[in-house]
Write a protein that binds this ligand. Sequence first.
Ligand SMILES: Nc1ncnc2c1ncn2[C@@H]1O[C@H](COP(=O)(O)OP(=O)(O)O)[C@@H](O)[C@H]1O
Ligand SMILES: [Mg+2]
Length: 254
Amino acid sequence: MSERAQSNLQSTERPVAARAVDLRKSYGRADTEVVALDGVNVEFHQGEFTAIMGPSGSGKSTLMHVMAGLDTATSGEAFVGETGLSSLSDKALTSLRRDRLGFIFQSFNLVPTLTAAENIELPTRIAGGKVDRQWFEEVTTRLGLAQRLDHRPAELSGGQQQRVACARALVSRPEIIFGDEPTGNLDSNSSREVLDILRTAVDQDDQTVVIVTHDARAASYADRVIFLRDGAIVDELRDPDMDAILNVMSSMEG
Ligand SMILES: Nc1ncnc2c1ncn2[C@@H]1O[C@H](COP(=O)(O)OP(=O)(O)O)[C@@H](O)[C@H]1O
Ligand SMILES: [Mg+2]
């Protein structure tokens, strides 16, 4: 709380790490059309932690996937920094995801033949970078993975795999980390570790983090919570506490 309050830059003065401009996404066509995103405009500022909340089917995953270049918009534009994603070739998009973005998704996408340590180092190595050993140790220790680094994913529990995916995203220090329910499979201790370390990366490392969550406690770690309903942003909280989040959530359900 205090580190956030002490932050000397107003959020709106920070550079924009990613933004959506009139983003629309529909699935199917004509009579079967489902509008998943109905004109979303939002900016994610560098060094901010944003949580996206909303009822099931409100478009949270779709927004995150389009922002992260994993799915294409029907119209409008998603930007990472100044780069508009819609005009990029598949190859350029793949490079952008690899070099500039980190992911913590529920399907962890760990490479089964690599150890936990190798999985964590992989994005940095593919991008031709050097793994920061001190940061690697800090991240893996704080996530309780120090004794598991030589194990392959199949030898790890779901929660441990989720934490490996989290460490993998953090260690490469991407411009933005996107997480879709990054604490969804975790017990409350592991969940707190993941959220603490994301919070620390934002406060101390100027990391930008955007997560989808349905958990008010997880969302209370964020600087800002955005509420989606029927594919549109309907509310927003700054420096949220759990009560405020729960209030908005219950009013949305009504
Ligand atoms: N691949 C798809 N094909 C058809 N409809 C989809 C697809 N993905 C999502 N949808 C629909 O788009 C809407 C938003 O989905 P989603 O973004 O997954 O919501 P959330 O993550 O908030 O639960 C829902 O109505 C969902 O059924
Ligand atoms: Mg979802």
